[in-house]
Design a protein around this ligand. Sequence first.
Ligand code: PHE
Length: 469
Amino acid sequence: MSEPNIKREGFSSGLAVFFATLGSAVGLGNIWKFPYLTGANGGGAFLLIYFICIVCVGVPVMVSEFYIGRRTRKNAVGSFKVLTGNPGTPWKGIGLMGVAAAYLIMFFYSDVAGWVYFYCFKAFTGQLAGITKDAVGPMFGQVIGAGTAGQPLSAATLSPLVWQVIVMTVVGTILSMGVRGGIERITKTLMPLLFLLIIICDIRALTLPGAGKGIDFLFHVDFSKITAPVILSALGLAFFKLSLGMGTMITYGSYFTDDNHMIQTAGKVAASDTLVSMLAGLAIFPTVFSFGMEPSAGPGLLFMTIPLVFNQMPFGGILLACFFLLTCFAATTAMLSLVEVPIAYFVEELKVSRVKATVFNCVLIALVGITATLSVDSSSYLGQYKFFGKGFFDLYDYLSSNIILPLGGLCIALFVGYCNKKEDIADELSNHGTLANAATVDAYRFIIRFVSPALLILVFLNSVGILKF
Ligand code: PHE
């Protein structure tokens, strides 16, 4: 099925495949979104639903994306052309939608990553040392500081833009080094380090007085909290967390080794990603509760509470710097996978060189990303411009996460489930018959045809407001 293409790069080993894919899944979503949503939605009960979503939708859609990518060895758009044997196939719209989603996510993700880089810089240069409760708010305001509507931009309010450019320069530099020299080398080094750093943070957090309350908050199962919106928000989080529905895993799947056991890889990545999220929760909540702080502060939880909390501990300065460093790692490796979607598309479909494609895409993201950075809230420089009641920042987030990802995931499930031959799927997922996994493949196919689409239709209808629970 795959065209001979000796020039096409790929990951060198099973370990490289695992770390690169995990590097995509683990991102800003793990460090604050997962613990915050888990806490806000009933703790253990939400976790239970999230696990079910990962098994019933996340892993099957991930396997489907791997299948599409490795079977064709093509980017998110070209893969549909190859699989259908029709260059004009309407299914390639899924890939084009994925490229669009990658841009939309990057416009605001690069902004948030800029805040993380800035905090990391501040932590390492000692600027967060001894910061007081009254100072963390203004500090956060200065970091996200997106100017004021109707006032000229000052040099100070431009700092988030400068950090956004720094983020895109780092991401672009790594990506221009290629799949093996860039993505593989960086994720293989950073991912194990991330685990190490987060475990150090956990040990400190879990040995604080009163840490038990935080653990309780995270794991207490209250079944009365399981409502339809909670189930749907767990499903949506599973999607964003595992980088699904927009061609990232198709693109990475196209770089997989021939002997990779893709069902196992999907299971291991989903389990490890969930583990990182839990470890992040175990670093944050016991600490927050031990110091009597507010657990449901959202983005502020990470950027305002954590500096304050770590400052009050022995070795707090070093731990704080480590914490932001690992958040930088997580955000950077996730962004590599986001920008790789348009890069692979440009290189293979539009025949542009990798370096040119990287420069073009990173500059485009940094430029359009300015609109997100200057519209963080209504009082921001561009805050008065609203589309469907949302500023640029929220609009990019809403359109990508709530509309394109669930729709893309649904289309991918339907495409693989109903438009691909059973034998082709079995052949690819068993590595041409070398793996004895027929029963697993059958179970996968059943889920992808019936269970996942049903759940995805529910989440999608809820996202666009057609169906309200
Ligand atoms: N999974 C990443 C995170 O948790 C975000 C992401 C979404 C990355 C979609 C790639 C594609 O932060």
